[in-house]
Design a protein around this ligand. Structure first.
Ligand code: SF4
Length: 50
């Protein structure tokens, strides 16, 4: 199990010092039915900072 998730999306509510602080994240395919690279995935848990 991944214990730390590095994430540079600092505009996300869950981002703390370039790491994800959410208890769990959901990653999905993005604009693709079969992802062939990380460009075709997305973090569904993203929430804009208030
Ligand atoms: S929820 Fe997704 S976008 Fe937000 S900090 Fe975690 S991994 Fe990054």
């Amino acid at each position: 199990m991944v214990e730390e998730i590095k994430c540079t999306v600092t505009e996300c509510e869950y981002n703390q010092n370039i790491k994800c602080d959410a208890p769990m994240i959901q990653v999905e395919r993005s604009h693709s039915s079969t992802a062939k690279s990380s460009d075709e995935t997305k973090c569904e848990t993203f929430k804009p900072k208030r």
